[in-house]
Structure formats: C-alpha cells, structure tokens
Design a protein around this ligand. Structure first.
Ligand SMILES: NC(=O)c1ccc[n+]([C@@H]2O[C@H](COP(=O)([O-])OP(=O)(O)OC[C@H]3O[C@@H](n4cnc5c(N)ncnc54)[C@H](O)[C@@H]3O)[C@@H](O)[C@H]2O)c1
Length: 244
C-alpha cells in the first residue's frame, strides 16, 4: 500500500517541472490528485482544474473545487510560481503585480480557503514552494527574492497559527532546479540550456543542480505522516550550494 493511499491532493503549477513530478510521484504512491495550472490537458490526474491564479475567484475556489472533485482534501501543494528578473530599477509595475499575484497572493488565497476544509475533516498538510533565493539575497532578482521571502515567512506564521487544528504547513526552499523556468531563462539570455545546466552543476557542492524529482521527494516527505512533527518549517534543498 502506498504512503498516500486514500489521500487526496491539490497541486498548483501541476504542468511545470516540479509540479508535474509531484503529481506523478503522489499518484504513484496512491494519492488521488487535482491538477491546477493554466493548461492541464497534458497532465494525468484524477481531476483537472485549469485556470489563472491571478484571478482571485479562481484561487479562492480551488480547495473547494478539489474537495468536490475528490471527496475530501488532505494535501495542498502551493507550487506554481513565476520568476521575474532585474533590480528594482528594472522592475515594471506589471512584473511587480505578476510576481506578488502568483507567488504570494495565490498561496495566501488557496491556503486561507483550504484551512477550514481541512480543519473540518480533522487536519491536513500544506507544502509551499519557496526558494533559497528568498532566504538570502540573490543578485538581480529583487522582487522574486522578496516574494519567496514573504512566502517563507507566511509559511512559518501559518504553521504556528494552524498547528492546533491538525494542519501542518511547511515549505521547501530549492536552489537551482532543472525545469522549464530555469531553462527558458537561459534560452532567453542566449545560452544553450543543456550546456548552461551542466556548467551550473559545477558550482554545486553535490556536483549537479537539482532535478524536479529531488525537490518533489522532499515535498512528499513534508506532505506525508512521516513529517508528523514538522510544522512551520522551511526546508532548504540545495545540494549544499549557498545563494550566489
Ligand atoms: N526552477 C528553479 O530553479 C526553482 C528554484 C527555486 C524555487 N523554484 C520554485 O519552484 C516552483 C515551481 O517552479 P518550476 O521550476 O517547476 O517552474 P515551471 O515554470 O516549470 O512551473 C511553474 C508552473 O506554474 C504555472 N503558473 C505560473 N503562473 C500561473 C498562473 N498565473 N496561473 C496558473 N498557473 C501558473 C506555470 O504555468 C507552470 O506550469 C515555483 O514556485 C518556483 O518559483 C524553482
């Protein structure tokens, strides 16, 4: 019997690098999963909830929609994210609104809606995807770093506030991960993604950057009963590489 037999989960960013790995690995261990992303047509899951997280009504309604589709809601993985680059002097109003909307406001809305549902059924687990780049300053990504710092702080505060309701809220903080987010960034700057990923791997003490599954493993651990005493924590998963 899988670790997540009889469990249900909502995963945002389900069509992206880390999200797709989380969906696949949760289902392989028995969970029934509701996949949320702008386009989920290529994602195998028990329920599909496509939409734009910048729309408040969509984000507010996701936990109830997942619970309706799956019968209950045990796990939420707030994983969708966008990366905006540049110093503040290079950051447009649109970048600001996009970054805060997807990286902070959507997890806030989804978590706020999920907590009463989970409390009513006796508990649950929520895992947010923050970033090492939110725990220490990184160059040239000021608003992205701030958004991930805010998500890490929100995780710690919510973990404390809702522990007594049987809801564990934690975050992972990866450094670089080999996903479309990272690879398209290289491509946009004119680098070959494979070469750039290999070069970047040399800067990591473990010898390579993370694959999506390396991060998903830790998300699954935090979502599982094995992490029953982990609450309000932000787990760095970085192969021992500090922020540049
Ligand atoms: N790749 C890295 O190096 C890295 C490092 C640290 C943290 N992270 C974080 O990991 C998480 C997953 O990122 P990834 O690397 O898998 O990137 P990704 O770009 O492959 O996946 C992100 C997903 O979020 C979805 N998304 C973005 N905006 C959305 C919106 N408005 N509405 C609905 N869905 C939306 C995208 O469609 C995409 O499928 C993000 O929160 C990211 O910030 C990534």
């Amino acid at each position: 019997m899988g670790r997540f037999q009889d469990k249900t989960a909502l995963v945002t960013g389900a069509a992206g690098g880390i999200g797709a790995a989380v969906v696949r690995m949760l289902r392989a261990e028995g969970a029934r999963v509701a996949a949320a992303d702008r386009d989920v047509s290529a994602v195998e899951a028990e329920a599909h909830l496509p939409g734009n997280l910048l729309e408040p009504a969509y984000a507010d309604g996701l936990p109830a929609a997942a619970a309706r589709a799956l019968g209950r809601l045990d796990i939420v993985v707030n994983n969708a994210g966008v990366i905006t680059r540049g110093k503040v002097t290079e950051t447009s109003d649109e970048d600001w609104a996009l970054t805060l909307g997807v990286n902070i406001e959507a997890p806030f809305r989804i978590t706020r809606a999920a907590i009463p549902l989970m409390a009513a059924q006796g508990g649950g687990s929520i895992v947010n995807t923050a970033s090492c780049w939110g725990l220490r300053p990184g160059p040239g990504h000021a608003v992205y770093c701030m958004s991930k710092a805010a998500l890490a702080s929100l995780t710690q505060c919510m973990g404390m506030d809702h522990a007594a309701q049987g809801i564990r809220i934690n975050a992972v903080a990866p450094n670089e991960v080999n996903t479309p987010m990272l690879r398209t960034g290289f491509a946009k700057r004119g680098f070959d993604p494979d070469t750039a990923v290999a070069e970047l791997g040399k800067t990591v003490p473990l010898g390579r950057i993370a694959e999506p599954e390396d991060i998903a493993e830790v998300i699954l651990f935090l979502a599982s009963d094995a992490a029953r005493y982990v609450c309000g924590a932000v787990y760095e998963v970085n192969g021992a590489k500090a922020v540049a």
